[in-house]
Design a protein around this ligand. Sequence first.
Ligand SMILES: [Zn+2]
Length: 459
Amino acid sequence: MFVITKSRFTVTVTLILTAFLSIFAITEFISPPHSQSSKSSSKNPKNIILIIGDGMGMPMINSYRTLKSEKLNTPVQTAWDSYLTGMQMTQPNDPRDNITDSSAAATAMATGTKTYNDAIAVDNNHQRLKSVTEAAKEKKKSVGIVVTSDLTDATPAAFGVHNVSRKNYTEIADQYYDERINGSHKVDVLLGGGAKYFIRNDRNLAEEFRKDGYHYVTTKQDLKKNQHEKLLGLFGEVELDKAIDRENSTPSLKDMTEAALTQLQKNENGFFMLLEGSNIDNAAHENDVVGALSEMEDFEKGVQAALDFAKKDQETLVIITADHSTGGFSYGAEGMTRETGYKWDPSPIIAAKKTPGYMAEKIAEGQDAEKVLSTYVDMKLTENEINQVQNAASQSNTADIQKSIQLIFDKRSFSGWTTLAHTGEDVPVYAYGPGKEKWKGLIDNTQQAKNIFAILEQK
Ligand SMILES: [Zn+2]
């Protein structure tokens, strides 16, 4: 209790109280208005970016983190590490299979329904399933699909169209143009590869899109100059080259992400964007650690661009995950001893300037194996290693030459592979921004779509 007398005691109390209140006021003043942990996370996001590393299992992330740390000469995290919220289960609803392919996984994440391997946003009875893309469009949001595979590949297709089989590439390309929501095209910004499916003798979909107001680009330089909200970019006949093999005219995932975000953010109702690092999977199917990790680097830069946008914007939810693992890739493998070092070693992978596939093609075209290796591998190889590639070259089979080069990188880095197909273990889930609390713990891959539908329903 305070008494209004000018005793020394009350003056002291008053001074202490004044000091305390001033500190409190200053602290309140300097607190950020939207700290990530409090206000913004309970808000409904205006924009949603779903990012998928195709075939990006946990050991692939471990290896990329180690490689990045080695390059920077200090232990670092990936762009997404600190946003880990849990894991997701990936098994399909297939009478034969309990390991998913990309189409069943993408259908689960796009529609909230499990289906058979090969299905593109249809259920086991071939009935069309509503996707988050369509729900976003119904809410008058803009939609973007940005991938490094061809746009007709399983993951983008399940978010863009509906088909009984992922292998119906031509039909899938047609459907991007033909399927509509309230008379409008479903996807406003379409960036990736697959020109051979969009531009054919019987139909030129690029021209049809152009007539409907889409700007059409085929190079990084034209993509960067784009000012149009409706955009179709095709940067390869099929998928884009692996990041480490790409020419200067081919955009990176980051280039495509930034170009898409520049347009999508113009819609005051917000947007939904699917972003995929598609070729981590392709490289892992070939058991190519050099290609896979170069794709991981390209993927990280794309993720970083999305996160940078979300951090500035404060109304964007970013989810990062994988559809499944590929290749049974392992961080550490046979041959490791106390003498070699009990480790997975990134340095031979850093020494590669091109993928083994790229080098194999040069050798198969008739170039000298030893010369090709010394041009594109920045480390001294043993005679045995050179011999093994020369022997493969003498049989002149490009795939065998590639394998013989890959073996050098696998053995030296202690990278292991168990299959040319997918594996079925759970994959990690990361989330940043308002609404992220819905992604928590071990979830089913269908929960991705269920959460996004719930967010879209709220406003
Ligand atoms: Zn795959």
